[in-house]
Design a protein around this ligand. Structure first.
Ligand SMILES: Nc1ncnc2c1ncn2[C@@H]1O[C@H](COP(=O)(O)OP(=O)(O)OP(=O)(O)O)[C@@H](O)[C@H]1O
Length: 348
């Protein structure tokens, strides 16, 4: 039940407002892409175009290479789950899940038998006879997922499906989605504004801003090699250190850091993630600075350091994530260095 999905130069306007601009994105069969971006960046519009609920102003949507742009939503074989479950309140749980099969002409008994299989998958087999009003929010969303899967969609489209659930339930849903991916291997497009959710669930992340894809890359790569400061910030990266590259070495207040040898000489931003920096003894690292803030957050602590700079240099602040609680106080002097050997830079 899995297919590839391609957006080919898709643009969309609502009146004079251009909300999607020349989107080209390929989602391979059985993979999961997260569309990540701030509110209003165009994520849901792109998903609605994929579902056939909205015709794009320009460009094509292809499923397994076939142009489906003009194919109406009911015939497009996509399954949709929204933020709210939108179950039919007058139908039992099993009949909600059996609905599509019944509409397609399946017998009541066979449609219900299939529906029970999907309820089993979402661990709600015991709730088949309940009415939607007798379920919790998390259970309702599981039923919505089972209902979408029971259509045996070629593409599963998820529009912030977990955002109304509390943190614990959300973690349960992440596990459930992992099981569904293992067992059914669906192709998934997940709309989210939560970078952690995108990172936990998806294979690749496409970052959207003002209707454009700023970068589409595997999860680890987009975190450690953001294409621009905007992508770095959207992925939660806190560091941008201005410097200059000479012969494959970035020179800045963080010291001399080796970068990819083919990086051209000139001014460049070094963007080490907070997890990629470490605190060291003041004498051990090429960079030294003064601790300005210590912010504990569970198992980790974020330490902000203002690096020492020459009188004519601009002040540079960096954030370092350390495990546990560091033996440091505000005002202390500390060394700061890169954990790995090579840094990631974006030439200016
Ligand atoms: N039916 C519509 N008519 C006019 N403008 C619309 C319509 N739907 C969305 N928009 C506008 O299109 C832009 C993109 O909206 P969209 O819902 O795709 O963003 P989003 O990234 O999904 O945001 P959110 O996370 O808040 O849902 C916004 O400026 C929004 O106001």
């Amino acid at each position: 039940m899995s297919s590839s999905l391609t957006f080919d130069a898709v643009s969309h306007r609502f009146g004079a407002e251009e909300v999607l601009r020349d989107i080209t994105l390929c989602v391979p069969e059985s993979s999961c892409v997260a569309l990540l971006g701030a509110s209003g960046s165009g994520k849901s519009t792109l998903l609605r175009i994929a579902a056939g609920l909205l015709p794009p102003s320009a460009g094509q949507v292809r499923i397994d290479g076939e142009d489906v742009t003009a194919v109406e939503a009911e015939k497009r074989e996509t399954g949709l789950v929204f933020q709210r479950p939108l179950l039919f309140p007058h139908l039992s749980v099993v009949d909600n899940v059996a609905f599509a099969s019944r509409m397609a002409g399946g017998s009541k008994a066979e449609s219900r038998r299939q529906a029970r299989e999907y309820l089993e998958l979402v661990q709600l087999a015991d709730y088949a006879q309940r009415m939607p009003g007798q379920l919790s929010g998390g259970q309702e969303q599981r039923v919505a997922l089972a209902r979408a899967l029971a259509r045996r969609p070629r593409i599963l489209l998820l529009d912030e499906p977990f955002s109304s659930l509390d943190l614990g339930l959300r973690e349960d849903m992440y596990e459930l989605l992992e099981t569904i991916r293992e067992q059914l291997r669906p192709t998934i497009v997940l709309v989210t504004h939560d970078r952690r959710e995108a990172s936990v669930l998806a294979d690749t992340i496409a970052v959207l801003e003002h209707g454009e894809i700023l970068q589409h890359a595997p999860v680890a790569q987009i975190h450690h090699q953001p294409a621009s400061p905007a992508v770095n910030r959207i992925l939660g990266g806190l560091n941008e250190v201005l410097g200059v590259i000479r012969a494959g070495v970035h020179h800045s207040a963080l010291g001399r850091i080796t970068v990819a040898p083919d990086t051209p000489d000139g001014p460049a931003l070094l963007m080490p993630r907070q997890e990629s920096l470490q605190l060291t003894g003041a004498g051990e690292a090429p960079a030294r600075g003064t601790v300005t803030q210590i912010r504990p957050s569970g198992a980790h602590t974020l330490v902000r350091v203002t690096l020492d700079a020459a009188a004519d240099q601009e002040r540079v602040d960096v954030a370092v994530e350390v495990t546990g609680t560091p033996r440091l106080s505000r005002g202390d002097t500390t060394g700061v260095g890169l954990r790995g050997t090579a840094g990631w830079v974006v030439p200016l």
